[in-house]
Structure formats: C-alpha cells, structure tokens
Design a protein around this ligand. Structure first.
Ligand SMILES: C[S@@+](CC[C@H](N)C(=O)[O-])C[C@H]1O[C@@H](n2cnc3c(N)ncnc32)[C@H](O)[C@@H]1O
Length: 247
C-alpha cells in the first residue's frame, strides 16, 4: 500500500468532510483565494499572452483553486492532479462546463517516480503551478524533489504559488499560532451561524501523523536552491502562508 493510500485523504469520508466544511475552518480561506487571484491578474493576465494561460493545480481537491482562477480568466487551460479519486470526481463535476480541463489521478510521489524512471506523466510546460494545503503532507526531502519537478515543468518566467500550513520557528510560537487559529474558527463560526464546532481542529492537526509541515524559511531556501527567483512569502497568518517564486 502506498503512503497516500495509508493517509486519511484516501478515505472518501475525510475528503467529503473537507469539501463541505473547509470554508468554516481554513483560516481566512476567502482572503487566500483573493491573494491568489490578485497574483494571477498581476503576474499572468498582465502579460497579455496571445494564447491561453496554462495552469497546473497540484492536490486540487474538488478544484476550488482552479474554479477561483476561472472567475478571473475563463480561457485558462488547467491540469488538475490529485491522489484521491473521490476528490477528482468532485473536481470533474465542478468543472464540467469548462473545456480544456485535464484531470490526472496520481500522487505526488508517483509523479516524482515517473520523472526518475524517464517516463514522466507530465510532458507539458505551465505558466503557473498552484497548490493549496497539500504539499505539507510531504517530508522536506520530498518537498525539495517536488519543487524541482515543478521548476522543470514551468515555462521560463513561469510562477509557482503555494498556499500551505508551515511550522513555526519555535514551539512557543507554534502553540500560539494554534490558539490564533482556534480563535479565528470561533469567530468565523459565529459569523456564519454554523452549529458544528471545529475549534478542536488545530490540536488534531498537530497530532495528525499525515501532516509534515516544515519551517517557512526552509521551504523558501529549498525553492531558491532549485533555482527559483523572486522567492518570498506573500502572506502569513499564524501557520497559514502563501509563498512562491518565479523561474
Ligand atoms: C486539504 S485538501 C486541499 C484541496 C484543495 N487544494 C483546496 O484547497 O480546496 C488536500 C488535497 O491534497 C491531496 N493530496 C494529499 N497528499 C497528496 C499526495 N501525496 N499526492 C497527491 N495528492 C495529495 C488530497 O487528496 C486532497 O485532495
């Protein structure tokens, strides 16, 4: 059984729980999407390419990020990748009215292996690679390999943007960041008038063996070492961050 198959994301129930409730407990999810769309407008749409922009969405889930970008640019072409067949089924359904959507059911590990074996699954080059809340499931060495893989699949001047949870530099900050997250969930639940309480999630996140968040600085350094330029953290609120770079 692969690492992914052993993880909670292989379970249909877990996937559906995320799809139904992410807006309640993912800290500032709407703002994360707004920043992604601003980035897309500023760095990609402003280029005024004479062809559709090509996007790779890694760990796409139900296609939430691609759906946000389609609001800015309904001509974009996207390749959506996920290890979970349930998630991909949802993504296909959500994006069924859009042409030029390509879905690949593979894990990140399978992509990396296919490249090493010389039978790379992805032959295209992309203008933008995006990911949200998926890469923290990899260990740092795997993250580095994935960053390298992403770099190899970007056009020159292409971009990588990752929305993800990161590890705080010291434990005291890590525990405060979890409190910050709980406080935000409480406030958001009250604003949305939802009855289910998700304030337990930050602690569950900490104890979940499927999560391998690394320090932000280590990930920025890894991007630079692969060759990315203009590497920076574009947003951060507790453990939630947006970072990336340009090829
Ligand atoms: C928290 S969900 C995020 C989904 C979507 N990006 C979003 O923000 O709404 C994480 C997704 O990453 C996928 N995932 C986790 N580990 C993966 C791996 N090793 N390979 C491929 N997909 C993975 C899961 O199946 C899941 O759909």
């Amino acid at each position: 059984m692969s690492k992914f198959e052993k993880s909670e994301w292989a379970e249909k129930k877990h996937a559906m729980e995320f799809v139904e409730n992410a807006d309640i407990y993912i800290l500032e999810r709407k703002r994360l999407f707004k920043i992604l769309k601003s980035f897309y407008q500023y760095f990609l749409l402003n280029k005024e390419l004479k062809r559709p922009i090509r996007v790779l969405d890694l760990g796409c889930g139900n296609g939430a990020l691609t759906m946000e970008l389609l609001k800015e640019d309904d001509k974009l072409q996207a390749t959506l990748v996920d290890g979970s067949s349930e998630m991909l089924k949802n993504a296909r359904e959500n994006l069924k009215t859009h042409s030029h959507m390509n879905f690949i059911h593979k894990t990140f590990q399978e992509f990396l292996e296919s490249e090493v074996e010389g039978s790379d699954v992805l032959t295209d080059e992309f203008d933008l690679v995006i990911s949200s809340l998926a890469i923290h499931h990899l260990h740092l060495e795997e993250k580095k390999s994935l960053f390298h893989y992403i770099y190899n699949h970007l056009n020159s001047d292409g971009f990588f943007l990752n929305i993800d949870v990161v590890k705080a530099p010291v434990n005291k900050l890590e525990s405060w960041y979890r409190v910050l997250w709980s406080e935000w969930i409480r406030e958001n639940q009250s604003n949305l008038k939802v009855e289910t309480n998700f304030e337990y999630l930050p602690l569950q996140y900490k104890n979940n063996p499927d999560n391998h968040p690394d320090k932000l600085q280590d990930q920025l350094d890894a991007l630079k070492s692969v060759g990315f330029q203009q590497v920076d953290c574009y947003y951060k609120y507790g453990i939630f961050s947006i970072y990336g770079g340009m090829k």
